[in-house]
Write a protein of this length. Structure first.
Length: 178
């Protein structure tokens, strides 16, 4: 296959890659996805990496014109590796987003669990406080009022523990992949 045909094939691959990147070109990727030896660019947008691929293709065309064979071989190999890496990244974006959203749900569940455990601790402290006050009351009206508060607090504690059990079941389901 002639050099011109190879350049045309690479140009076609880059055009196809550009059409795949286009809908996602402005999406920032949360962290570097590529090895530093593969891309000199450390941007967070796919369009930045596509621009580097295009720049390297232009350098490859110039190296072919200048008949620098070693440089042509190096650039062609690097360009193919970059194209392959970008295609792989685009193919796995959906899966990666799905996994990140699952991680986000798990983090939210653990946050909810911690909040509810704090609510439970505070409700228990309030119940103990009211029980101590109940023993110190001498009037029937004050005792009745504290007993009503205790009943309300115990109801809240029961609902809090039910919520805790639900959250723990959800965490267990997420950890088991359900």
């Amino acid at each position: 296959m002639s050099t011109q045909r190879l350049l045309q094939a690479l140009e076609q691959q880059i055009a196809t890659l550009a059409s795949e990147v286009q809908p996602r070109s402005d999406e920032a990727i949360p962290q570097a996805r590529f090895d530093a030896t593969l891309f000199s660019n450390h941007g967070t947008r796919l369009r930045d990496y596509l621009a580097e691929v295009r720049k390297n293709f232009a350098q490859l065309q110039n190296a072919v014109k200048d008949n620098r064979t070693a440089h042509v071989a190096f650039l062609a190999e690097k360009l193919i590796a970059q194209i392959t890496a970008l295609q792989r990244e685009i193919a796995t974006l959906g899966i990666r987003r799905e996994n990140q959203s699952k991680e986000g749900v798990a983090v939210d569940l653990y946050h909810k669990l911690a909040e509810h455990q704090d609510y439970e601790r505070r409700l228990i402290a309030m119940i103990e406080d009211r029980e101590n006050l109940l023993g110190q009351q001498t009037t029937f009206a004050a005792q009745k009022k504290l007993q009503q508060e205790l009943a309300a607090l115990e109801g809240r504690l029961m609902r809090c523990r039910q919520a805790l059990a639900r959250i723990e079941r959800n965490i267990e389901r997420k950890e088991n992949g359900f």
